[in-house]
Design a protein. Sequence first.
Length: 389
Amino acid sequence: MSKPFVLTVIGTRPEAIKMLPVVRALRAAGVPLRLVATGQHRELLGQAFAAFDEQPDRDLGLMTEGQTPTDVATRAMPAIAGLIEAERPALMLVHGDTTTAMAAALAAFHAGVLIGHVEAGLRSHDLARPFPEEFNRVAIDTVASLLLAPTAGAAANLRRESPRDRTIVVTGNTGIDALLHVAGRLDGGELARAGLAPDPAKRLILVTGHRRESFGPGFERICAALARLAARGDVEILYPVHLNPNVREPVAARLGGHPNIRLVPPVGYVEMVALMQAAAVVLTDSGGVQEEAPAIGKPVLVMREVTERPEAVALGAARLVGTDPDVIVREVAALLDDAAEYAARSKPVFPYGDGRAAPRIAAAVVEFLAGRGDTPVDFWQIGAGGRSQ
């Protein structure tokens, strides 16, 4: 690739969901880019690319069975370093808090390549929770020069942490762009076609859970709570179970065959959006779901002790419940059994953006690199779109 370009590396499905709107916006702005997948989440990543009719330019195929964050980092860094050395991008653009993103940013830092961080500045202020994501995000923000913060609070975190000269732009969260893109294409038959249609006589509780800090006792407590909720008889619990054996095995052992609980393999992003729309309550430890469900008016109970996404909690659309079975059951019951409480917490709110984050990010990238003396001006003239807000 002869012209300077942006190199984007994606390893997991959440990264793909949130970065593919940015990829489309960069292309619309005329920015040459190279999209690389590490293959860290082989099946899940393919589902996300299919939802946006996209394919990576290159797949590094790094996934192995039972991989740890250390395994991912030690395989990803040399592979990405080789790409950087061979092709010399003008900017490495990474997303969020995954080990893939951290390894790519570190490889770029070592090579002297500029780094842009989409979804910068989120903080739980506890390196153990979420683990290892909180460390990954802090590490990326330490070396990045273009920090694309989804909220004013995230930008404030960045300003407090470092006085050095770097560019911070508040953009909104691209997860809302992705959500609105997919929700607008639903025809109402997605769940039936996927064999996921909920029981119309019961209220649907959608569950997602995969955090490393809950491995072991945490998942035992979550399963105990779900079993108690299923015993109500008036709910159906649907849980797309993560492929990690530390999640899959205890969930299958405790909840497999349980009445009113459906354990299913991971679902595509289109089906996940349809499930969120159909759900009465969402129980999750996922960062992305904390952003998405409030935007479609679904109350969220977050099975974590701390969150780096406090905005929905402040608005009442989300509530931290940890993994204590008594707390989880009590909070779900409060929503299902109190109509006024449910109504107050099920109004659509948009603390994470308006669905226009991706074009703001593209404009910020264009403007940022236009100001770099070592970047040809003609490359960045196309689709600059003015200064970022």
